[in-house]
Design a protein. Sequence first.
Length: 326
Amino acid sequence: MILVTGGAGFIGSNLVAALCERGAEVVVCDHLRMNDKWRNLSRHELVDIVPPERLPEWLARGPSLQAVLHMGAISSTTVTDGDLVFDVNVSLSTLLLDWCTEHATPFIYASSGATYGDGALGFEDDASIEGLARLRPLNAYGWSKHFFDRRIVRRVASGARMPPQWVGLKFFNVYGPNEYHKGPMSSVVFQKYPLVASGQPVTLFTSHHPDYPDGGQLRDFVFVDDCVDVITWLLTQPKVNGIYNLGSGKARSFADLARAIGVAARRELRIEFIPMPEAIRPNYQYFTEARMQKLRDAGYKKPFTPLEEGVRKYVEQFLSQRDRYR
């Protein structure tokens, strides 16, 4: 039996789908709330769904778990309630870390590329105490993920007991099915596809940096299937521990992304550039690209999905279908 926190969310539900297809018994910890988030799980037979506030009680019963896959978090970069973000993203993560340590259970958790802040120091997944201390996240979400990364690394450095396997994954710009409940935090693919499909122009931000043309801002876009493949691979590699980047390893422009949507939708693409809001200009990231050598050195050999192929799969198999869920 495997516990997936955030299992009704975006990455979590794709992970649940893969585990169920492999015959695993899965318990999901998540809130479903008053929307269609439940549809992310509707195709799969689950052992149970546990609300986060009941998780300590559920764990106290001493369930026998093969692994805890901790994908749950407040992931919005615009949430300003620091107490709430810390409680969910740090305190709950620590509770699960402690439980996995006590019960000798593998613990794989979601960190974030947001821990790198403005990217001025690069995107090297240096998990040393000194390397992490140099990073300066730009929002409460990124800071909370960084806080937990630093907490777990200090535990390791002090020689404290740890789970038999522990891995943190710094996700970059993930896109793919089952993200429909995320609203403004959903991927650009999901937000722009309806415009392309209906023949409307796609709007992209103008650039305010001399090295990047309008629409030439670069991001590391990674298909959610690749994230799931890495996590399921880790479950077969008990000796792999540490904090790793999880992106495609290749930065692509928003204009490239828009063109990929147009090709996948078989529509003529029109791009219109709109002014970047002044409020986000000071901290806007013009470039992100995950350094993936550390994960490769750990033994993960599968190639990552090229942007055009990932967008095509997303559009053809999900976004253009009546039932978009996995």
